[in-house]
Design a protein around this ligand. Structure first.
Ligand SMILES: [Zn+2]
Ligand SMILES: [Zn+2]
Length: 131
């Protein structure tokens, strides 16, 4: 008798994982729906950048931007929300990315210059002292 190896079935539980993912998705979309609705209640249906006004018909083009870019920061007074049309919202995030990139460069240059100059001064002072 030849022992036959059984094909090992990988035992995953896709149903369980699916349920977890589904639940998380629902929670996120409910939260997003929540703050969007609140922001649309608090703020006028106007893009905060280009001033385009929105109606019920095109309201889906009006999105809610987090001013500090922290989606978990949702104060009920709406102080971290800004209604932006999808185009300006896109722009806003591109600007933020550019700002972060160039901001970093500028900061590095500045700190370099800041450490360089006083150091040179210090050196000349020390040189004077030594003389
Ligand atoms: Zn706009
Ligand atoms: Zn945004």
């Amino acid at each position: 008798m030849v022992g036959r190896r059984r094909a090992i079935k990988k035992k995953k539980d896709p149903a369980k994982l699916d349920a977890i993912v589904k639940k998380a998705k629902v929670q996120i979309s409910e939260r997003e729906k929540g703050y969007r609705e609140q922001s649309l209640k608090i703020h006028p249906w106007v893009c905060g950048r280009c001033g385009k006004t929105f109606t019920r018909e095109n309201l889906h083009l009006l999105t809610v931007h987090h001013i500090d870019h922290d989606h978990n920061n949702n104060p009920p007074d709406g102080s971290n929300w800004e209604n932006l049309c999808i185009y300006c919202h896109d722009n806003e995030h591109q600007k933020m990315n550019e700002y972060l990139e160039f901001g970093d460069v500028a900061v590095n240059k500045e700190s370099e210059a800041a450490t360089h100059n006083p150091f040179a001064d210090l050196k000349s002072l020390l040189d004077k002292d030594e003389k």
